[in-house]
Structure formats: structure tokens, C-alpha cells
Write a protein that binds this ligand. Structure first.
Ligand SMILES: [Fe+2]
Length: 265
């Protein structure tokens, strides 16, 4: 698996507190079979700590330390960009990092709301050749209430990334349930750990991946864990499955039946 959402960079945001914790996280990644990670520190309005100039330097320093320790892991640069009307400008003026310098940008929404300008931001990014990837939509209160908000964003051209801990119920039952709904409706294209530290939010994924196997088809499992992130890191086009509109009534009925890997609910 490739992790496209990680706060492994030390002393940048609320992720790894120091270089030791970042090294510890790297070891856990390798134990969990993850050899490629995109570091995505929170980006908010040109904050100097999480802007490219700073994160690039911190990543270089971390790589030197990992080399010294003999830890063979690939860490690439990105950001988790808080939604704003300035994202295109911030990329083009060199403040904001897309994922590994590709066309793909990880975009964070507020937890409780969907600002009115989200569609405009998606439109503007796409117009300039960038592809927004909505980070952990299953955690957004409005999308939990109405998964079709995400359906509309995907129809407009956005993609979405699921946090693996959501599948384990680590953020609560509602979010776990939404994670499954989004997966079953072809609304998830990438996975991330959103790991922040070695203990508090660690990059351990084996349990979540086992759960994922019971939720999606083998083909989709392969796309999510491997195919899609590889295409992303190579800045290639990703052909996605048509998203399925969520129908709350139908889903309620389907839950009464013991359906595994339910598609087209
Ligand atoms: Fe994050």
C-alpha cells in the first residue's frame, strides 16, 4: 500500500513531534508493508511552517536521518491544503505542494461544514489542470448526513481519499458507517493513514486493510491500495468507476439482508 496522507514530517504541524517520532513512524510504516508515503503537512494560508520552502528542507533532513538509521522508505512531499479560494495561486507561486509535484492536490474541508465556494475551488483547480482530492470526506458532518454532496463533487471532477482508521471505527460508528457507504458507492479513490504520531495516531494499517477486503471487491482493493496511488505519483490520468448515487431508503433495506461486498445499493 502507498499512503498519500501522512503527518510524518517532524515539528511542522500537529504531526510527529520530533525527528525520533518521525523515525518511529517510518519503522511502523515498514512493519505494515508501506514503503512509500506522501508527507502532507497541514497547509493554511501561506503559514511559513507548512509552506514548501520549509517542508522541503525538513524532508531533506529527515531523509538524512532515515539513511543513517538504515531505514529504507520513500517519503515524498505534499500538503493537506485547507480549502480556500487561493489554492491555485498558492501552488503557482510556490507556497503549496501538490502530491509529489503532480497535478493532484489533497484538499481538506472543515469538519462540520461545506463552504459554498467548494464547487468554485474544484472548478478553478480543474481549469488550471489540477485534480483536487478531498481528504477523509467520511469525517465531514454534512457528508455523513448526505453522502451525495461528495457524489456531486466527484461528478464535477474531484476525487476522494479515505482515512483507514475510519474503517476500524476509530472516529466513531457514524464515520465508520459513512466510510463503508462511500466505498460501496465508488466514491473513494485513495487511502491514507492520516498518521500524526507513533502512538496517538499511528500508521498501523493491517486491521483496517483486513476490513477493507470484506467491504470492496478484490479489483477495487487493488486499485485503492496500489494502482491508483501509483498512477497518482506518476502524474498519470486515473480512470475511475462511475460513482453511485446514495439512496438512504434502499440502503436501509439492504442492511436487513446479509450482503457482503454490496455494490450498487
Ligand atoms: Fe491530515
Amino acid at each position: 500500500m502507498i499512503d498519500i496522507h501522512s503527518h510524518i514530517l517532524p515539528k511542522v504541524d500537529d504531526g510527529a513531534e520530533d525527528i525520533e517520532m518521525a523515525i518511529e513512524m517510518a519503522k511502523i510504516y515498514l512493519e505494515n508493508g508501506i514503503k512509500t508515503v506522501v508527507a502532507t503537512p497541514h497547509y493554511f494560508e501561506r503559514n511559513i511552517f507548512t509552506a514548501k520552502e520549509n517542508t522541503k528542507k525538513i524532508l531533506e533532513d529527515l531523509k538524512i536521518e532515515l539513511d543513517k538509521e538504515g531505514i529504507d522508505i520513500e517519503i515524498l512531499l505534499g500538503n493537506e491544503a485547507y480549502i480556500s479560494m487561493d489554492l491555485v495561486k498558492d501552488i503557482e507561486e510556490g507556497y503549496l505542494s501538490t502530491l509529489n509535484g503532480t497535478r493532484y492536490l489533497l484538499v481538506e474541508l472543515p469538519m462540520l461544514d461545506i463552504p459554498l465556494y467548494v464547487e468554485n475551488v474544484i472548478y478553478e483547480l480543474l481549469l488550471k489542470g489540477y485534480v483536487p482530492i478531498i481528504a477523509h470526506p467520511e469525517r465531514n458532518a454534512k457528508i455523513i448526513d448526505n453522502p451525495n454532496i461528495l457524489y456531486n463533487f466527484i461528478k464535477k471532477g474531484a476525487l476522494a481519499q479515505l482515512n483507514l482508521p475510519s474503517l476500524e471505527g476509530k472516529y466513531g460508528e457514524k464515520i465508520r458507517e459513512t466510510a463503508e457507504i462511500l466505498l460501496n458507492h465508488n466514491m473513494i479513490h485513495f487511502l491514507g493513514t492520516d498518521a500524526h504520531g507513533s502512538i496517538r495516531k499511528s500508521p498501523r494499517v493491517s486491521k483496517a486493510l483486513e476490513i477493507l477486503k470484506t467491504v470492496v471487491s478484490d479489483d477495487d482493493f487493488h486499485s485503492l491500495t496500489s494502482n491508483n496511488p501509483i498512477l497518482l505519483l506518476n502524474d498519470e490520468n486515473i480512470r475511475i468507476k462511475e460513482p453511485i448515487k446514495y439512496n438512504a431508503k434502499k440502503s436501509f433495506l439492504s442492511r436487513l439482508l446479509p450482503s457482503k461486498k454490496a455494490e450498487g445499493i
